[in-house]
Structures are given as C-alpha cells and as structure tokens.
Design a protein around this ligand. Structure first.
Ligand code: GLY
Ligand code: MN
Ligand code: MN
Length: 409
C-alpha cells in the first residue's frame, strides 16, 4: 500500500431471490482471505500508518441480539471475531461511519475494492461497489486507488495453510469420485450421480459443491458448461464429471471421464490416452518464470500433434491454419489452466510470471461432437522450485485403474 493509505473491504450481501427468499451466504473472498471472517455485514479497515496502533487494523461486525439469536442462531461476539481474525480492534458495524470519519482525515489515499476478475460480469451492485460510491461522494478530495492489483499478486501465491485447506477439499472430492465409480451403471441418471456426490461431500463437512457440477454423459460432455444433469447414462457412452467439494471456502476442481458400462471402447481409450498425455506434458511446463499465455501456446502444439495422431486433423489442416485461430481449437476450445483457491477461477493476472506456491488446474480436453464423445481430465497442482506437485495424484486417472475399480463392486 502507499504511505498514509487506508483500505476498506466489505462482506458480500445475502442475495435475495423473491418473496423473503435468499440464496445461501457466500463470503466475499478478499474479506475472508484478509480476516477469516465468514459473516454478512462485516467491514475490514487496514490503515498501517494510522497514528494509533489500535487503528492499524479494525474490524466491524454485525451487532447480534436476542431476536437474531432466536431466528438465525449464533453470530460472532466481538471476542470471537477478535480470536478468529487476530484483529484486536473489533466494533459493531453500526459504529462504522463515526469511527471511519475520525480516521479518514489522517489518510491521503483510500484503497477501494471491486471485482476486477477478467471474466466477471458485474451486473449486480456489490456492497463494495455501494461503499465506493458512498465514500467518493462523502470524501471527494482524497486520492483513490484500487486494491485489486495488490490482491491479485498476493492471493495468486498460496500459503502453507491455504494448500492444506485445498488438500482437504481435494480429499473429500476424491471420496466422492471413488463412491460414484462403484455406483455408475447403464440406466443411471446424471442427477443420481450428483446426489451421491453431494451426500459424500456434506457427510465430510463440506458445505457442498465448489461450483455447479457438470455430470455429462454421451454428447452432453461436448457442451462445455452443461449443468442440467438430467440425462440418462447409456451403455457404451462415457460420463464426464467436472466436480469439486469446497472445504473452509477453498475449492477443489476435478474432472474425470468414465465408461458407463465399466469398460472403455478402443476409440474412447485412444482419445482418453491422448488427453492424458497432453495433461502430463502440460504439467511439466508449469514452472517458475513461465506465463499462462506462453504455456497455453505450447500446450496447443502438443494437442495439435495428438489430434493428428487421432485422425481428427491432417497435416494440411495445420499448414493452412489461421495462426490467430489454430486448427486444434475445433476440438479443444478452452484454456488448459486457471488459478485455483478461494475462487474456483482464482486471482492472478494472465501475464504474471508463475511462482512457487501458485496453484493451477491442468485440464486439457478433446470434444468430438460427431462421435458424441467429450473427454476432459483435470487435476489441481501446486508449483514448486523443480516442477509441480500433483495434489490429485491419489485420484484414479489411468483408464485401467478406473475399469478395475468399476468392475470390483
Ligand atoms: N469447473 C470449472 C472449471 O473447470 O474451470
Ligand atoms: Mn473443473
Ligand atoms: Mn477448472
């Protein structure tokens, strides 16, 4: 942060549906990252150069009362919030305006938070956005800066504790996957697989899926964001499962494709093994100093070779290709890797150099619509000095291992 600067972070709103309905509360991930506070109507102030030490970090939480306790249950006491966050100065949120007003004239710069994720749509006004409007109107003569460039740098590199949380989310995801391997059979509905997974996740203290699960059999696997999960899994088809459990607000992100009958056909296995080879080679390229755009270019070349090997592209297709839209994109239309953490598509600018401690997914895929066949394999890895550690290396991926487990029920 600049000298003499104060930064404010707001929790997410509890989002309304209709009538008095609400969506489940999901904390704004920057506030959670910086404070561990997982409750609505919370504000964090960071002011490292404040005159008094007690104002270097201040937390504001919702004042609870008997009425709230009866209807909604327990909310943090100030003591609990102090212990959880490590922040000594904890006030009720109703005191915010008064306290903020006493601090703000010590500061030259105000850092405001906003959602700057490249893929975010930002149609709904967040509490941070409302706060920014209010603050700029009330204190128009301060210098304003964005918090996100700092957060994108620090959140992209995971601490030991964050990796441990991710490992727990991944372990729960693995249990779910192993459970459905024994459950899948011809005639099973995609939503029945989803139901098995949620049972396993919640039974293991996960709040649930880290994102809308994709359970896509046959042609549905070629629809990249298929989330209807209402088809029937038919003999002879594969079922693609892009799933993950959350744990402590950290997210696993796994994709596996398995044969509904318990046995891959030769063609399915050939395409599967091509994707697996691309994944393994891609993993070797996630090294400190590389960047996502460079890496994606190199993975594209490996995929190109595999698609020629499968007879899906010819050498002429490649010679004639438009370099801005390479031929392989016909069968592999998405990126290979994204940062993973408190957000599934986590923070980190594309051109940032890869660093030790960054966590990425590795998820190549081949989608052949004319063959009703879509295969993606996705593991989560952490970058180390000498290559990656695969956080999902216990989760079956070899086709023979998957067949063995499916046939040992
Ligand atoms: N499940 C979302 C993704 O793989 O990016
Ligand atoms: Mn995924
Ligand atoms: Mn992913």
């Amino acid at each position: 942060m600049d000298q003499n600067a104060i930064a404010a972070f707001n929790s997410n709103d509890i989002m309304p549906t209709s009538a008095d309905g609400t969506m489940p509360f999901l904390q704004q991930t920057d506030l959670f990252y910086l404070s561990g506070i997982d409750q609505e109507e919370s504000i964090l102030l960071i002011f490292p150069d404040a005159n008094e030490k007690q104002h270097h970090e201040i937390l504001f939480i919702k004042e609870t009362n008997e009425e709230i306790a009866i209807w909604e249950g327990h909310k943090y006491t100030r003591e609990e919030a102090r212990e959880l966050s490590g922040i000594q100065s904890v006030f009720w949120v109703s005191q915010f305006n008064e306290i903020f007003n006493t601090l703000i004239f010590q500061a030259e710069v105000i850092y405001l938070n906003s959602n700057e994720h490249l893929r975010a749509k930002n149609e709904v006004e967040t509490r941070d956005a409302r706060f920014a409007k209010w603050c700029k109107e009330k204190y128009p003569l301060h210098k304003y800066k964005r918090s996100q460039p700092i957060l994108h740098k620090i959140r992209a590199v995971k601490s030991h504790i964050e990796i441990e949380q991710l490992k727990k989310a991944i372990h729960i995801t693995e249990k779910g996957f192993r459970r459905v391997l024994k459950f899948i059979n011809p005639g099973i509905m995609e939503y029945e697989i989803e139901a098995e997974l949620i049972h396993e996740f919640v039974s293991n203290r996960s709040k649930g899926f880290s994102f809308q699960p994709i359970i896509a059999s046959g042609f549905n696997a070629c629809v990249l964001h298929y989330i209807e999960n209402k088809g029937v899994c038919k003999d002879g088809e594969l079922v693609l499962m892009d799933i993950g459990a959350e744990y402590g607000n950290y997210n696993a992100d796994l994709t596996r494709c398995v044969p509904v009958s318990g046995r891959f056909t030769d063609r399915q296995k050939a395409v599967y093994n091509a994707v697996l080879r691309v994944q393994r080679e891609a993993m070797t390229m996630l090294t400190p100093g590389n960047t996502i755009p460079e890496y994606h270019k190199e993975v594209g070349k490996i995929m190109e070779k595999e698609l020629v090997g499968l007879g899906l592209l010819s050498k002429t297709d490649i010679k004639k290709q438009d370099p801005t839209l390479p031929a392989y994109k016909k069968y592999f239309m998405h990126g290979t890797s994204h940062h993973l953490g408190l957000d599934v598509h986590d923070y980190g600018y594309p051109h940032m150099k890869m660093e030790v401690g960054m966590v990425f997914t590795v998820e190549p895929g081949i989608y052949i619509r004319e063959e009703n066949l879509g295969i993606r394999l996705e593991n989560d890895v952490v970058i180390k000095e000498n290559g990656i550690v695969d956080l999902m290396n216990n989760i079956p991926i070899e086709p023979e291992e998957i067949e063995d487990i499916m046939n040992s029920k």
